[in-house]
Design a binder for this molecule. Structure first.
Ligand SMILES: Nc1ncnc2c1ncn2[C@@H]1O[C@H](COP(=O)(O)OP(=O)(O)OP(=O)(O)O)[C@@H](O)[C@H]1O
Ligand SMILES: [Mg+2]
Length: 357
């Protein structure tokens, strides 16, 4: 016969949640990544009700009907719209559950290191209200490091740079703890913003997010392209006439726009590396920097960073999943999970795992 404790384990999903500005990624222990969707909701403006979440909402974006608007409830890695973040999280958690409503949950969730008390509380509340029994919160930088293969018992320092959509998070890890960190509230989405501004101001073309995303992921690169006259047609709306329109742009035109943001990110990394203690600096000198997050997928960003900081730079395996992979690893080592979790004392840490009726 099964003991109560093992029975509890059987019906408990252990969930890792990376609630990002651009994407919500959920992995379940033993099942891998089960949710990978844009952090978006579509709202009916008349009734204020949410009509779609995630990918379904993204598919409406830019072409929504007259009464529908698509919104990102998280801004710069934090909860901008609490009610809608909560509903979105609940939707994704439900989707990630192993079926059946009597499955209880424990979850570990990431947060940026400079998160304020109020923001942390908002995230915890959102998770609690999604029907998760026990929630641990952990710093994103540490999760990304573990996900990128840094070992918790490694005495020497490692540097992780997570380039997300709305944040750039630099964490220096040693012995399974953060010894230094910097978090900036700008990330890869800044590239979309400057591309859109350039097209509007200099080429008279208004473009949507889909267009800048395509330009960034399929055409742009972080180093000067060999063939600067390579062109691509960009479509949108003429600023003057309002009519549907298109312009051709070259890779030589796109490069300096993208480079301005990559340089800013690289400068933040460089500045952070000057603030380290000598021993840690020596470790980083030998080991260099690991890039994680979706922004690390920009063509040539590792090469650019290598030249800029004069140190080895590598991109982690599956950089978009580094944080969630680090989070899910915590369920293999509960002692470590207790050590690294940053919950407000006693509030949720010791809560019993409740069973839903
Ligand atoms: N192939 C690619 N080339 C360039 N950029 C990419 C590529 N794929 C994804 N990105 C960018 O990565 C970003 C999303 O990364 P990620 O999913 O790590 O962000 P997030 O975790 O949601 O954000 P944050 O950590 O800031 O809250 C987006 O800005 C996206 O445009
Ligand atoms: Mg992220």
């Amino acid at each position: 016969m099964l003991k109560i404790s093992s029975l509890k384990k059987l019906v408990t999903d252990s969930m890792a949640i990376d609630l990002g500005t651009a994407n919500t990624i959920i992995a379940v222990k033993g099942r891998g990544v089960v949710v990978d969707e844009p952090s978006l909701v579509a709202i009916n403006e008349m009734s204020e009700e949410i009509v779609a979440f995630g990918q379904e909402a993204a598919d409406m974006s830019g072409r929504e009907g007259r009464d529908v608007v698509v919104r990102a409830p998280l801004i710069g890695g934090v909860v901008g719209d609490f009610e809608r973040t909560k509903k979105m999280l609940a939707h994704f958690v439900k989707k990630a559950k192993t079926g059946g409503s009597n499955i209880s949950l424990q979850a570990v969730m990431s947060m940026v290191s400079d998160v304020t008390h109020v923001e942390q509380r908002a995230l915890l509340n959102a998770a609690e209200d999604s029907g998760i029994g026990k929630v641990y919160m952990m710093e994103e930088g540490l999760a990304a490091a573990f996900g990128a293969g840094v070992l918790p018992n490694d005495k020497r320092g490692s540097a992780i740079v997570d380039i997300g959509a709305g944040t750039t998070n630099i964490a220096i890890i040693a012995k399974g703890a953060i010894v230094h960190s910097t978090s900036e509230r700008y990330g890869s989405n800044e590239i979309n913003a400057v591309l859109a501004t350039h097209l509007r101001r200099h080429r008279g073309l208004q473009v949507g997010i889909e267009t800048t995303e395509f330009l960034k992921t399929s055409f742009a690169s972080a180093f000067l392209p060999e063939e600067i006259s390579k062109t691509i047609a960009v479509r949108g709306r003429d600023v003057q006439t309002g009519s549907p329109s298109a312009v051709d742009i070259t890779s030589g035109e796109v490069y300096p726009i993208v480079e301005s943001i990559v340089r800013r990110i690289a400068q933040t990394v460089k500045d952070t590396l000057t603030e380290l203690r000598p021993e840690v600096a020596a470790d980083i000198y030998d080991r260099g920097v690991i890039l994680t997050g979706g922004g690390a997928l920009l063509d040539g960003i590792d090469k650019y960073m290598r030249n800029f900081i004069n140190l080895p730079v590598t991109v982690s395996e599956e950089p978009r999943y580094a944080t969630v992979m680090g989070l899910v690893k915590m369920f293999d080592d509960t002692k470590l999970l207790e050590k690294v979790s940053r919950n407000e004392l006693g509030v949720l840490q010791n809560a019993e795992i409740p069973f839903e009726a």
